[in-house]
Design a protein. Structure first.
Length: 297
C-alpha cells in the first residue's frame, strides 16, 4: 500500500515557494481558514510561479496563441490554517502531456503540511477553447525551471547594442505608466553610458538600467546609475536587483569608488536593501520626488 500523501510531500520536494499570511476575511466561524480559500492560495501562487519563470503570463500566452484552462482541481486537507498564520504555498510541474499540464501543490506552516492539491490545466485555443498541443518552448521552459536552470540573463553593452530593448522598457514604465513626457526621457548620456538589459529565455526584455561614465572629484571616482525600469508584471521578481548588480560590478571593475543614483521615493526601500543610503534632501525631478542615494564600492 502506498504511503499517505502527507508523508510523501516535504518542502524539499519543491523548487518554487510563495509566502502569504492568512487574513481575517479568510477565516470562517470555526476560526479556521474557510476551505475554498485554499484553492485561491494555490491560484495566487500559480501567478507567482509564472513570474519565477520570468514569463509575463498574458503577453506570453498571446505570443504562443493559446491559454491555459483549469480542467480539474482537487484538494486534500490534513490540518487547518488560522488567522495570521504565515504559510508557504509550494508548487511544481509534475507532468506535461500532449495538451495538459499537471501541477502538484502543498501548503506548509513551517514544516507542517496542511493541504495538498493537484491542478490539471489544458492548453487551448482562446477563441474556441478547444485543446491544442503544449508549445515545445513552454514544455522546455517548465522542465528547465523544475531542473533548477536559470530563467534570465543580463546583458551589458552600448546604446547601439541594447538601445532598442531598453527604449521599449523605458517608454512603458516612464512614459506610459508615470506620464513623463517622451522628450524628457532621452538625453545625450545614453550614447556614452553602459546599459544593462535582463532577458527571459524567450529573449523578451524585462528590465533595464544604465551606468554613466566615471566622474572624479576630490579623489573619489564616482559613477551614476539611472533609468532603472522593470516590466510592471515582473516587479518583485529580483530582476531589478540583477540589473543593478551587473552595473555595480561594471563600475567596480573600472575602478569606481562609489555609485550614486536618484531614487524615486517609492523605490527607496528597494535600494536601501541593496546597501544604498540617502544623501542630501529630497528633490523634484521631472515632477516626481527623488532622493539621492549612494553606496561605496
Amino acid at each position: 500500500m502506498n504511503q499517505p500523501l502527507n508523508q510523501l510531500l516535504t518542502r524539499q520536494d519543491f523548487r518554487f515557494s510563495h509566502r502569504l499570511r492568512v487574513r481575517w476575511a479568510e477565516v470562517d466561524m470555526q476560526q479556521i481558514v474557510f476551505n475554498a480559500h485554499y484553492l485561491m492560495y494555490f491560484d495566487t501562487a500559480i501567478s507567482d510561479y509564472w513570474r519565477a519563470m520570468a514569463l509575463p503570463y498574458e503577453d506570453t500566452m498571446h505570443h504562443w496563441g493559446g491559454d491555459l484552462y483549469v480542467k480539474k482541481a482537487s484538494v486534500e486537507y490534513f490540518a487547518s490554517a488560522r488567522y495570521d498564520d504565515q504559510l508557504d504555498v509550494m508548487l511544481k510541474c509534475t507532468k506535461i502531456g500532449n495538451s495538459s499540464i499537471i501541477f502538484t501543490g502543498a501548503l506548509f506552516r513551517a514544516d507542517e503540511l496542511l493541504v495538498t492539491t493537484e491542478l490539471i490545466y489544458v492548453y487551448a485555443n482562446p477563441a474556441t477553447q478547444t485543446s491544442q498541443p503544449v508549445p515545445t518552448t513552454l514544455r522546455e521552459l517548465l522542465l528547465g525551471f523544475e531542473a533548477g536552470e536559470a530563467m534570465t540573463t543580463v546583458k551589458t553593452g552600448s546604446w547601439d547594442a541594447l538601445g532598442k530593448d531598453a527604449t521599449a522598457l523605458r517608454v512603458a514604465v516612464f512614459v506610459e505608466e508615470q506620464g513623463i513626457p517622451l522628450d524628457m526621457e532621452w538625453d545625450e548620456a545614453d550614447k556614452t553610458s553602459l546599459h544593462a538589459v535582463a532577458y527571459n529565455r524567450l529573449d523578451v526584455p524585462l528590465a533595464t538600467g544604465r551606468l554613466l561614465p566615471t566622474e572624479t572629484a576630490a579623489g573619489v571616482k564616482s559613477s551614476k546609475l539611472g533609468r532603472m525600469a522593470v516590466n510592471r508584471v515582473m516587479r518583485g521578481s529580483k530582476l531589478g536587483r540583477d540589473v543593478l548588480n551587473a552595473l555595480m560590478a561594471a563600475a567596480q571593475a573600472r575602478g569606481d569608488n562609489e555609485i550614486v543614483l536618484h531614487a524615486q521615493r517609492s523605490a527607496e526601500i528597494f535600494y536601501a536593501r541593496l546597501g544604498f543610503t540617502p544623501r542630501g534632501d529630497v528633490f523634484d525631478e521631472v515632477g516626481i520626488a527623488h532622493q539621492e542615494m549612494v553606496r561605496k564600492l
